[in-house]
Design a binder for this molecule. Structure first.
Ligand code: ZN
Length: 224
């Protein structure tokens, strides 16, 4: 069946409108679910793939779906993609909303307040992705950004500028860092900020600390 029965201009318009509403809602939801997925597609690209896929599949599978209507939906989705791209080129805030912006996660060895929440990442996620970059403690880190693509950009300090910081290797779940003695600088367990006195809470409000260290392996070896 190429055309359904009772086809009217009103119905065609309704289908266009429905396509628009569903597509934009799909794009919004994909944007809300966070960063780019495994396929490295942008939310807009992913929305198109899903919308085109489902609109193309129904008329192939179900004979009662009028082919012309499906073609209308497909055309509508492509037109929407063009429209969204056009708007993105003209409005920076709109582009930022659809595509996201890079997020700063770590600055000078300290986890940026609210950065992980905005990135929808846990601290453990961050550490897990820093370890392959050779980060053993946060004092090695100049900056970490979560790029729009979902990739992590890690900028390390040159060796002579590395300071003691929060140990992230070995993974805490495998081998908890040594709690340390009463002396020496400590790193906030929450944000990694280093301070001299463990009795005062961190600027972030957290009290729990690990000893700040240049070499986490040495700490675990010396007390193990
Ligand atoms: Zn802190």
């Amino acid at each position: 069946m190429l055309l359904g029965e009772d086809l009217s201009v009103l119905l065609l318009l309704e289908i266009l409108l429905r396509t628009g509403v569903v597509f934009l809602w799909l794009l919004f939801l994909l944007r809300m679910t966070g960063r780019r997925g495994l396929a490295q597609l942008s939310p807009l690209e992913l929305a198109i793939v899903i919308a085109l896929g489902s609109a193309a599949g129904d008329p192939m599978l179900y004979t009662e779906v009028p082919v012309l209507l499906a073609m209308l939906v497909l055309t509508g989705v492509v037109a929407l993609q063009r429209g969204v791209s056009w708007l993105m080129n003209r409005s920076r805030p709109f582009e930022n909303f659809v595509d996201g912006v890079p997020l700063e996660l770590v600055r000078d060895g300290v986890i940026v307040d609210g950065g992980l929440r905005r990135a929808r990442m846990s601290r453990e996620d961050l550490f897990e992705r820093l370890r392959p970059e050779g980060v053993e403690q946060l004092g090695q880190v100049r900056r970490v950004y979560l790029e729009q693509s979902g990739e992590l950009s890690v900028f390390l300090l040159p060796a002579d500028l590395v300071r003691p910081g929060l140990p992230i290797a070995p993974p805490w779940d495998v081998e908890a860092p040594h709690a340390g003695g009463l002396f020496g600088a400590v790193a906030c367990q929450e944000c990694g900020r280093v301070r001299e006195q463990r009795s005062v809470p961190c600027e972030c409000g957290e009290l729990a600390v690990y000893p700040a260290t240049i070499d986490p392996w040495q700490v675990s070896e010396s007390c193990g």
